[in-house]
Design a protein around this ligand. Sequence first.
Ligand SMILES: [Zn+2]
Length: 325
Amino acid sequence: MGFPQQRPRRTRQSDAWRRLVRETRLTPDALIYPLFVVPGRAVRHPVESMPGICQLSVDEAVQEAKVAAAAGVPAVLLFAAPARKDAQASEARDPRGLASQAIAAIKEACPELLVWADVCLCGATDHGHCGHITSSGVIDNDSSIRTLAEVALNYARAGADAVAPSDMMDGRVGAIRALLDAQGHAATPIVAYAAKYASSFYGPFREAAESAPAFGDRRSYQMDPANAREALHEVLLDLEEGADLVMVKPAGPYLDIIRQVRDAVRVPVVAYQVSGEFSLIKAAAARGWVDERAAILETLTGIRRAGADLIISYFAPEVARWLSA
Ligand SMILES: [Zn+2]
């Protein structure tokens, strides 16, 4: 039976009807806000390519975390850009390093706010890659995952509510789980950046996190944008190794991956609306080419509709305020 018996417009004719039959709902409960921490005090250094986003010293990160919590955002994701950078990623391995300080300070000021700590080596290495480099210039997987586990343990000890390895080395989730369990942190969840693509949309982030690789690129560890089956392979491996949540990154250009992952697993699926996705909207809105608020809500709704339970977004506090207004 089709037209004229079927008229789908009947349930679109008023806002009340549209609200009633809406299939996907955005809620502040699903949002996670990324923060970039730098050394110093009272530092709010604007990231030029991300209007409205700043690199923050620990004290300012605490203030920003309070703002996010007050807006109703349940979690922040912490990145550190320390001054000390060397081949060993010493700063990240230091139990009193910048990220650990920030985790402890935010947990003290906002005990109810969940603090997820990004675990990687690129912010603390002088070469800017996510793992250790051998003398022949290749990324050494197995020594890297030992260091990543050490870093994750530091963050768990500092009070992180979850550790989120973003390096894409093989076996790192298992290495982190084993060390956390052996050291009394069996209750700390792992949010695995399971399907992280080698994306052109990370450009602005690298300014914010000071993590641009000094040579080469990340295509030997991050995924080829053309691959979908491989994403499921990565996700299932991370789950076998003990991941509690799995992530797809970026979000917007990978909605099909989010859907396939959602259909394949039972754990929460997280999608990361990355810096380039943020900056494209900001830049177009600044020129009056798109309606900023409508574009933001549409992209986030699309990511949820694709199957993401949770979304990491630089728009999180603003959107949380809109949704609860
Ligand atoms: Zn990295």
